[in-house]
Design a protein around this ligand. Structure first.
Ligand SMILES: Cc1ncc(COP(=O)(O)O)c(C=O)c1O
Length: 355
């Protein structure tokens, strides 16, 4: 049976979007493809409130995360860690031999401007990695405030943002906040199948990259720039996904950006209220995610059994991530899920657990 996904990625993909990938194939050096990329790029710029370049990579988000750290620093990077995905990004800094330090908080806690200020004051850093929405804990870091602090006190520090589980679900103002890299795979809030990553990159990040000798090739911005004005990519792009993305962007604007952000907040509030009534919310209540809620399993239920029962009813949620398995469970409220879907899944859980 088909299961509706309430997991934090891949998320539920509407049939129209599945079908949008079934359009006839086009050559990636043909005018049809250039027209497609020329059409979709300004839509992504509008989504991110930016005039800067937006690249399309045939890759999951992790590839672009690694590519972005390889191009960000000629001095020293600060990697911030608040859960499993930000930890992985930090490990990429280490694995690429980039001089670094780590700012780590306990799982469930947020990275705050104060912590970043203290950490950046300790050495001569030129870039920082930050996870906007830590999918493993359900915490959304205050990126706008952190970026404001960095611009005020550490203007040379490039701000790299993993927005994998927030982009297209929560407002991110790339230019107004002064971000340098902001990336996300399309299998989360864009509600498309995986395999394509969107990355906004500032002019100053592109200039910095040129100073880094071993910046790699596949993800290198200067390589992407060779084809950017022709509305193409150096390697073969994920054409079917870009065709679907182009249609999805129209649907996103038809809903209206502000409506989309509000729908995510409304869904989040509904799940939070239910979680507080029946369980508890994991993590710092001041920094809760708009796209996924991590529920603390205060009743000691079997999350695996709950999911098996939900499966019989055509739905799937996520167990707690890593060490939080069975201690928590996560309900995603992102992408194309509607309030009615959230009401339905919560009613199913109520029924199964006799809450
Ligand atoms: C916040 C965050 N960062 C990075 C990733 C890794 O993304 P991908 O699996 O697309 O490489 C994920 C995946 O769940 C994520 O949630």
């Amino acid at each position: 049976m088909y299961k509706k996904l309430f997991i934090p990625g891949p998320t539920h993909v509407r049939e129209e979007m599945l079908l949008a990938q079934a359009a006839p194939m086009i050559g990636h050096r043909a005018k049809e493809y250039s027209d497609l990329q020329a059409e979709v790029t300004p839509k992504l710029q509008k989504l991110l409130y930016t005039q800067q370049r937006v690249y399309l990579y045939a890759s999951s988000s992790s590839g672009v995360m690694e590519g972005s750290v390889r191009q960000a620093s000629t001095k020293r990077m600060l990697g911030t860690v608040c859960g499993a995905f930000s930890k992985r990004w930090y490990e990429m800094i280490v694995a690429n031999g980039i001089p670094n330090d780590k700012l780590e908080v306990e799982m469930g806690q947020a990275i705050t401007p104060e912590l970043v200020d203290e950490a950046l004051s300790k050495a001569d850093y030129d870039s920082i990695t930050l996870c906007h929405n830590e999918t493993s804990t359900g915490v959304m870091n205050p990126i706008e405030d952190i970026a404001a602090l960095i611009h005020e006190k550490y203007p040379d520090v490039l701000i790299l943002i993993d927005a994998v589980s927030s982009m297209a679900g929560t407002k991110i103002e790339f230019d107004a906040w002064g971000l340098d890299v902001c990336l996300a795979g399309v299998q989360k809030c864009f509600a498309l199948p995986p395999g394509l990553t969107v990355a906004a990159v500032s002019d100053r990040a592109r200039e910095r990259a040129l100073q880094v000798p071993n910046r790699g090739l596949y993800f290198a911005y200067d390589q992407m720039d060779k084809k950017y004005d022709a509305h193409q990519t150096p390697a073969t792009p994920a054409i079917s996904l870009i065709q679907a993305l182009n249609k999805q962007m129209d649907d996103i604007f038809a809903e209206g950006l502000d409506n989309r952000w509000q729908r995510h907040i409304d869904m989040a509030e509904m799940v939070r209220e239910w979680a507080r009534d029946n369980f508890a919310i994991y993590g710092d209540e001041r920094f809760l995610s708009n796209t996924v809620t991590n529920v603390e399993n205060t009743r000691g239920i079997s999350v695996a059994n709950l999911n098996a029962e939900l499966g019989k009813r055509g739905a799937m949620i996520s167990n707690g991530y890593g060490a939080l398995k069975e201690k928590c469970f996560r309900i995603a409220h992102m992408g194309d899920l509607q309030i009615s879907d959230i009401k339905w899944i919560l009613a199913q859980i109520d029924d199964i657990l006799e809450l």
